[in-house]
Design a binder for this molecule. Structure first.
Ligand code: NAP
Length: 259
């Protein structure tokens, strides 16, 4: 299927690795020019080189922390009049509900709610003026099925989800869609770090920790960044203009819910 977005420009945040990288690769495969971002310059440049070589699109890089005002300003300057925005950032740390302070909540809200909102506020008006735009926010399965140790994530992402639900309906008439992609367990460095922590805590091997977690997923495996990216690219396609304000779960069936 031709997604009809060749020649468009996309800003994909937090995209040198993992799910953001999967989205960047899938958009590039459709002929979309990219601005990609991460905090660490080396891996970011490597990712840009690999994407250029594989897909022949233009790729600009901005090494910056997307959760800071200064970082966002530099990223937005490079993004210019982007047609497509994919928001992403690292998730908050796990912990215990009784330990979290106001500062912990402010940091989580900044990273996983207010950062995507600031990026949308900056880029959506231009998309509306041009009559076409696509926004995909990478959130989490935690929006539908809370993960107790990730209470900071549950809270911040729920706030973003509420904002998107209303805002998506305010901008749809101008040809701009905003949707959220909710990852369950995917084979990325973040998933690896969580499995390593479990392996150490329980005195088992990394492979055992992975196998145990995969057993909790009806698909009996982790998702792949490439699968996640393909779904993102479809949401950014010309075929997806009637998908507005949705929360699409990519979790191999792990969240046991009907809707
Ligand atoms: P990952 O493999 O750790 O990759 C994170 C990417 O984001 C890297 O390129 C990293 O590069 C960049 N990054 C992190 N913080 C950043 C910041 N403040 N500013 C700019 N770039 C930043 O993570 P992932 O698994 O793809 O997860 C992506 C998001 O999905 C996270 O919010 C995570 O909580 C959520 N999620 C993931 C899963 C999963 O199973 N993987 C499940 C549910 C939710 P630098 O470190 O160089 O900045």
């Amino acid at each position: 299927m031709d997604l009809g977005i060749a020649g468009k420009k996309a800003l994909v945040c937090a995209s040198s690795r993992g799910l953001g990288r999967g989205c960047a690769e899938a958009l590039a495969a459709e002929g979309v020019d990219l601005v990609i971002n991460a905090r660490t310059p080396g891996p970011l440049e490597e990712a840009a080189g690999a994407i250029r070589a594989a897909h022949g699109v233009a790729v600009k890089t901005v090494a910056a922390d997307i959760t800071t005002e200064e970082g966002r300003a530099r990223v937005l300057e490079a993004a210019g009049d982007a047609d497509i925005l994919v928001t992403n950032a690292g998730g908050p740390p796990p912990g215990m509900w009784s330990d979290w302070t106001r500062d912990d909540f402010i940091a989580a809200l900044d990273a996983n709610m207010l950062t995507p909102i600031a990026l949308m506020t900056a880029l959506v008006p231009g998309m509306m003026a041009r009559g076409w735009g696509r926004v995909v926010n990478i959130t989490s399965v935690a929006v539908k099925a809370p993960i107790p140790v990730l209470g900071l994530s549950n809270a911040a992402r729920a706030g973003l989800t509420g904002y998107v639900a209303g805002t998506a309906r305010q901008v749809a008439a101008a040809g701009v869609t905003i949707n959220n992609l909710l990852p369950g367990i995917h084979a990325t460095d973040r998933a690896d770090a969580l499995d390593r922590a479990v392996a150490e805590a329980e005195g088992i091997t990394l492979e055992e920790a992975r196998a145990r977690r995969a057993e909790t997923i009806p698909a009996r495996r982790y998702g792949l960044p490439a699968e996640f990216g393909a779904c993102c690219a479809f949401l950014c396609s010309r075929h997806a203009g009637f998908i507005v304000g949705q929360n699409i779960l990519l979790d191999g069936g792990a969240a046991n819910c009907t809707l």
